[in-house]
Design a binder for this molecule. Structure first.
Ligand code: DMJ
Length: 573
């Protein structure tokens, strides 16, 4: 059996431009002169009525062509074999547009040269309006059945607690603000002001609470300048600082906010690499907002420590020991679970600090080269680009890709927009298309948690194992679509987003909200009865931003978006 052709050459695979046909010029001019004379003779034989009919037909055709040209078309440029189903129109466009006029929320915005903040004017078209309605539907269900609890179980109508921090309210509040939902924003803000406390004697996950709660509080503070958000963020940040109390300064995974103590998880001595390297944007912003360097110093020291550790061409194992400060040897290398946002925050920290910390960029560039060399492969038979994993101390290549890895096209596009090499963008385009196919492959138009790829096959490039077929309505694909849309302006990405949005509406929507699903391969998937806070915080936010006619509503030159979709301002240093 031959070796599979899985080598990656982005230059060779890049733009698939059809060359024009070659014409033979032999006797061309003579032939043309004869046929012109024939046409003129036939034309002279026509009656006046026949000529008028021909004129009318020409005018009608030109008008139709002009209308077709000016109307919005699906642009396909990534791969010329891509077939995009025409997105279904939003039901009753006229009605929706009337509602847009009537209900469009307006926000008074503080805006000055010294403290610039974004202006949000509510939904501007029917697709955005539909997403706002989805958010309100989810908010209503949560409010009725789980208010103040972390998550809603939307099928049973029961609350679910993980950290007991009202996660859904806090995490999704800036989405409400961006959508211009004043009422929802005000009731969420009131709950945070009156009810959100961090004094419970309870362990929480350091990373999750940082990206979801601290990140959200800082964004809301930045948007509104309401000191209440900053006070809460400061209180939480001071308690979370306990995580850095390990011998190496690499954070422990669990923190008891009430007692301000921290420890490794019960099942291991190790922390997760992506977790300890995905708190820096938030801790830095907290320092800048409070004028207290303590937070930034502790978090930045972690990145510096990891910078000095040996790696496989910039790629990191997914576990690190907070006592010794060293990676777990032989641990998996992946851009999926437990590895993903290490790479994301290298680039984003560099951007957050005005491109002034060079080692972050160097580590990012090296890592992306490492991804190309060791993790990126093409499937068979259609050569789809995907990012696999290395296990057993880099000895074994596993051709599987988590949905989480679909954050990468967005990050690559962000890097390219900031001057990084063209092949990063080509890789982003190809990988995003593979992510699209993980949705399009199923009757639900929803993607599974994990997709497996064939390196040698004559039939299917990818398949889904039953154990991996669930969907948590994760945001990474929508996130990357939005980055690519902002960077390129290509509306195909909006159409892809609209297709997956319809999958959510059709299969995940239940009377009280939106539910995770057990099997995206099923015609009628069984609900898992959980609405994750990132569905409202991230998935719906990215879809709303993606569908905007103005692609710079959150301008990537001014904002860096944390791993939970909370925008934070970019600084000069
Ligand atoms: C979110 O909590 C964050 O995006 C995190 O970085 C990865 N996992 C979820 C969403 O899938």
């Amino acid at each position: 059996m031959g070796k599979p052709d899985t080598n990656i050459d982005f230059e060779a695979q890049a733009p698939l431009v059809k060359e024009g046909d070659e014409w033979s010029t032999h006797n061309l001019h003579d032939d043309q002169a004869v046929s012109h004379r024939k046409i003129i003779r036939r034309w002279n034989r026509l009656s006046r009525l026949q000529r008028s009919l021909v004129y009318a037909a020409v005018i009608v055709s030109i008008t139709l062509l002009a209308l077709l040209y000016t109307s919005k078309t699906n642009v396909v440029y990534v791969h010329n074999e891509i077939k995009i189903a025409q997105p279904e129109p939003v039901s009753n466009d006229t009605l929706v547009n009337d509602l847009l006029q009537a209900e469009k929320p307006r926000r008074t915005v503080y805006d000055s040269e010294t403290n610039e903040r974004p202006v949000f004017t509510g939904p501007g078209n029917a697709r955005q309006y539909a997403v706002v309605q989805s958010f309100r539907h989810a908010w209503r269900g949560y409010k009725e059945h789980a208010w103040g609890h972390d998550n809603l179980k939307p099928v049973s109508g029961m609350p679910y607690d993980w950290f007991s921090l009202g996660l859904t309210i806090v995490d999704s509040l800036d989405t409400a603000y961006i959508m211009g939902l004043n009422e929802e924003f005000e009731e969420g803000k009131e709950w945070i002001k009156e009810e959100l406390i961090f004094t419970r004697n309870k362990d929480v996950n350091f990373f999750e609470v940082t990206i979801r709660v601290l990140g959200a509080l800082l964004t809301n503070y930045h948007f509104t300048q309401d000191e209440m958000f900053l006070d809460k963020a400061k209180d939480l940040g001071e308690r979370l600082m306990a995580a850095f109390s390990s011998p190496s300064g690499i954070p422990y995974s669990d923190v008891n906010l009430g007692t301000r103590t921290a420890h490794a998880p019960e099942w291991s001595h190790y922390s997760t690499t992506a977790e300890v390297t995905t708190v820096q944007l938030e801790f830095r912003e907290l320092s800048r907002a409070t004028n207290n360097p303590m937070f930034e110093d502790a978090a930045a020291a972690v990145s510096e420590k990891i910078h000095h550790l040996p790696k496989k061409h910039g790629l990191v194992p997914i576990f690190i020991n907070p006592n010794t400060g060293h990676f777990l040897p032989h641990a998996t290398i992946t851009l999926g679970a437990r590895g993903d946002s290490y790479y994301e925050y290298l680039l984003k920290q560099w951007l957050q600090t005005g491109k002034t910390i060079n080692y972050l960029l160097d580590d990012y560039m090296t890592a992306i080269e490492g991804v190309r060399e060791f993790l990126a492969k093409r499937s068979s038979p259609n050569k789809r680009l995907f990012i696999g994993e290395l296990t057993a101390g880099s000895e074994v290549y596993n051709p599987k890709m988590d949905h989480l890895t679909c954050f990468l096209p967005g990050t690559l596009a962000l890097g390219h927009a900031n001057g990084l090499p063209d092949w990063h963008m080509t890789m982003a385009e190809e990988l995003l298309y593979t992510c699209y196919l993980t949705y399009a492959a199923h009757p639900t138009f929803l993607a599974p948690e994990i997709t497996h790829f064939n390196l040698i096959s004559t039939t299917d490039d990818m398949y889904t194992k039953s154990a991996d077929a669930h969907s948590l309505l994760r945001p990474e694909f929508a996130e990357s679509l939005w980055y690519m849309y902002q960077v390129t302006g290509n509306t195909t990405y909006q159409d892809w987003g609209w297709q997956i949005y319809q999958g959510f509406e059709k299969y995940a929507k239940v009377p009280n909200g939106y539910t995770s699903l057990a099997n995206v391969k099923a015609e009628k998937p069984v609900p898992r009865d959980m609405m994750e806070s990132f569905f409202m915080s991230e998935t719906l936010k990215y879809l709303y931003l993606l569908f905007s006619d103005d692609r710079f509503v959150i301008d990537l030159n001014k904002y860096v978006i944390n791993s939970e979709a909370h925008p934070l301002p970019i600084h000069k240093s």
